[in-house]
Design a protein around this ligand. Structure first.
Ligand SMILES: [Cu+2]
Length: 452
């Protein structure tokens, strides 16, 4: 083992140990989502047959909502017919992997910020409170609203100073997948972004049974640091909804259902997002629904910076199908942290030594460290070795949640970086996981507020 490599793992061990107390506290931060419970509720009770008041309450309690795994929804209150949302911009501790917590910025304790969902035609008021140490503003990306609501400091409003509140109000005449973000480049890179979904007045056809949203982000966090370097041009942590695989909560789909996935990218890199084993069609962009005549089969969609891509597919094949950015460096983490001496040809790597350094790391975090892939006896004599060897880390127990129930042993060793999966499950298995979710479900802020 090289000195740099040894030093890194020793540093990581100390860092990890220091985080333990904190990470136990932070384990609660990613809010578990209801996932398909919403769909189930809708299935049982046709939304179209609801009375207006009932329908309104259903909207508030998310029964027609997109699910943003690992990110909460933002509850709203009604002031007459105006939907009122409150966002607090503030520093947020974000546990992005079982042994890495970063100091991001976000809204209401979440980074990315909580998802706002409204219906086309709604009038919306959003009160921003700035608890950041510097001024901010809010831009409503893609929405056609009056210039004074556009959120650009000095151009359409004065900056929102620390400690100040600022109110935006506008009517949403569009439908689609929009987003909100601070109109400041570095603040965006700190995590001050979130979904703003406007559901259409009339449901799209064909209707979907599951609707999921994923925010794509990249972070540059130097070894032993917790604050993202927003000036960096290279990234070592890649996240969906603010968490790296295997902490990304698997999406669930009932076999035979239709699934919508919405990808939102606001960062420094473009991400070609690939779905395994299925073809999808792009049914929408950040500009709203695309005409059906433009749909054609594909399985990788390039989500450019500041774009949203909405895809739909029929979940007809059972299995745990990966969804991931296909840039090789985005399919993993810690390029700087873990690969420093892999980029230099080294001859002193042996499985025994690698295991030993990983054991040092493993002692600092509560998981049994396993390398499930074998290497050849003569591996050390092959130029280029190691590449992926010793990199896979099985941490099934640390990533365990109802959505991971029944996955094969060491499943987490195959998941890193900007990666998640959609589990297409036959009726019985699907219902079993939904039952497990119900059993462990803690009420979300939105549910508590609306007594759902
Ligand atoms: Cu990528």
């Amino acid at each position: 083992m090289s000195e740099t490599r040894r030093a890194f793992f020793q540093q990581t061990a100390a860092f990890g140990a220091g985080l333990l107390g904190l990470s136990q506290y932070l384990a609660a931060s990613p809010v578990p989502q209801q996932g398909d419970l919403a769909t189930d509720a809708r299935r049982k009770k046709g939304a179209s047959s609801m009375k207006p008041a009932e329908a309104q309450s259903a909207i508030l309690s998310k029964s027609l909502s997109m699910v943003t795994p690992d990110v909460p929804d933002l509850p709203c209150e009604l002031d007459g017919k105006v939907k009122v949302f409150k966002l607090i911009a503030e520093p947020v501790k974000r546990r992005i992997s079982p042994f890495k917590t970063i100091d991001a910025w976000g809204y209401n304790g979440s980074s990315p910020g909580p998802t706002i969902q409204v219906r086309q035609g709604d009038r919306v008021r959003v009160v921003i409170e700035n608890r950041l140490p510097e001024s901010t503003s809010m831009h409503w990306h893609g929405l056609e609203i009056p210039i004074e609501q556009d959120g650009v400091p000095f151009i359409s409003q004065k900056p929102i100073a620390p400690g100040e509140k600022y109110t935006y109000e506008f009517a949403v005449h569009q439908e689609g997948t929009f987003f909100y973000h601070a109109h400041s480049a570095m603040q965006e890179m700190m995590g001050l972004i979130g979904f703003f979904v406007a559901h259409p007045e009339a449901e799209h056809s064909p209707r979907v049974d599951h609707d999921y949203g994923l925010v794509l982000q990249e972070w540059a966090v130097l070894p032993n640091n917790t604050v993202p370097n927003t000036a960096a041009m290279e990234y070592n942590w890649l996240t969906f909804n603010g968490v790296c695989a295997p902490l990304t909560t698997p999406l669930l789909a009932r076999l035979g259902s239709r699934v919508r996935l919405r990808f939102l990218n606001i960062g420094m890199d473009h991400h070609p997002v690939h779905l395994h084993g299925n073809q999808f069609v792009v049914t929408g962009t950040e500009g709203g629904r695309s005409p059906e005549s433009t749909w054609y089969p594909m399985n990788t969609v390039l989500v450019g910076v500041a774009q949203a891509r909405v895809v739909e597919f029929e979940a007809k094949y059972p299995g745990a199908w990966m969804i991931h950015c296909h840039l090789p460096h985005h399919m993993m983490n810690s390029m700087m942290d873990l690969l420093r001496d892999r980029q230099i040809q080294t001859a002193d790597q042996t499985e025994m030594k690698a295991m030993k350094q990983m054991e040092t790391l493993a002692k600092s975090v509560p998981f049994e460290h396993v390398h499930p892939s074998p290497v050849a006896i003569n591996a050390q004599s092959v130029p280029g070795f190691p590449q992926d060897a010793f990199m896979e880390m099985a941490m099934d127990e640390l990533a365990e949640k109802p959505e991971t129930f029944g996955l094969p042993k060491n499943w987490s060793a195959g998941m890193m970086g900007m990666m998640t999966m959609i589990r297409v499950l036959p009726e019985k298995e699907y219902d079993e996981i939904v039952a497990r979710k119900r059993a462990q479900k803690r009420p979300t802020e939105s549910e508590a507020l609306h007594g759902a």
